[in-house]
Design a protein around this ligand. Structure first.
Ligand code: IPD
Ligand code: CA
Length: 261
């Protein structure tokens, strides 16, 4: 498939190959001796493998597509000469990764003229690769996926919390009315994987405030292409800049609880 003469199939293959290679690199690293540093707070960490993963992915992209732009979570930034930009989270779920927990991912999205055209999320622990190309559906390890249709009272809702204590206090308040209204809550620890889990029906919805484009761009396309409703509520209220991804059957109930309080 081509958009503005861009071969999306070739670009998706590049994204998948880079995500897999980076995923294998980080999965095989000895985590007990990892060098770490702090970012926005003492709980917001970055490891040497975040940097190694970002470096490898960028090298693979620029070898193949030297005119494309890059935005990477760990600081990579390159202006685009082609109108195409790559958004990279080299490890989404760094806290899980650094503690030896599963559920971390490599997330790569491609934007063409400002719109996400391709998304790839690789979960090295489960060897699962989720992909989507705009308009062509979503795929998990070669098989088409669609979202669930669970009733709201039984729905399993994923969320995530900020690294900033002030914001977490408010996030706890948002969660309170949700808990008795739904089946249960999960805090998986990788926004990108959580969105993919909504795409394949493992979760019925996922919401989080304060996410960055590299956290959600690929996962949001994968979810949308699987029939999930994506609401980007950024800018409506300073503390409610939610991304809400929900199966259509529960969108109205969930939005009401999250946005109309
Ligand atoms: C984080 C994860 C986490 C979410 C945080 C993100 P990082 O990304 O996606 O699940 O709750 O808001 O920042 O820091 O591991 O790349
Ligand atoms: Ca990250």
């Amino acid at each position: 498939m081509f958009v503005n003469d861009v071969d999306l199939k070739a670009m998706l293959s590049l994204a998948v190959a880079a995500a897999r290679e980076a995923g294998e690199l980080i999965r095989d690293a000895p985590i007990t001796t990892l060098k770490t540093a702090f970012k926005s707070s003492p709980t917001d960490i970055v490891t040497e493998m975040d940097h190694a993963s970002e470096k490898l992915i960028i090298q693979r992209i620029l070898d193949a597509r030297p005119d494309d732009g890059i935005v990477g979570e760990e600081g990579a930034s390159r202006n685009s000469k082609s109108g195409i930009n790559w958004l990279i989270d080299p490890i989404d779920g760094t806290v899980n990764y650094s503690r030896g927990l599963p559920n971390y991912s490599i997330s790569i999205a491609v934007e063409i003229d400002g719109e996400t055209a391709i998304g790839a999320v690789f979960d090295p622990s489960l060897d699962e690769i989720f992909t989507a190309t705009r308009g062509c559906g979503s795929i998990l390890n070669g098989k088409r996926i669609t979202c669930a249709s669970t009733p709201f009272s039984k729905a399993i809702i994923g969320t995530g919390f900020s690294y900033l204590a002030s914001r977490r206090a408010w996030q706890a308040e948002v969660l309170q009315p949700l808990l008795p209204a739904v089946g249960d809550i999960r805090r998986p620890g990788s926004a990108a994987i959580s969105l993919c889990w909504v795409a394949c029906g493992r979760l019925d919805a996922f919401y989080e405030a304060g996410l960055q484009p590299w956290d959600f761009a690929a996962g949001a396309l994968i979810a949308a292409e699987a029939g999930v409703v994506i609401q980007d509520c950024k800018g409506q209220h300073p503390e409610r800049d939610f991304i809400i991804a929900s199966a259509p059957t529960i969108t109205a109930d969930l939005s009401k609880l999250l946005l109309e309080r």
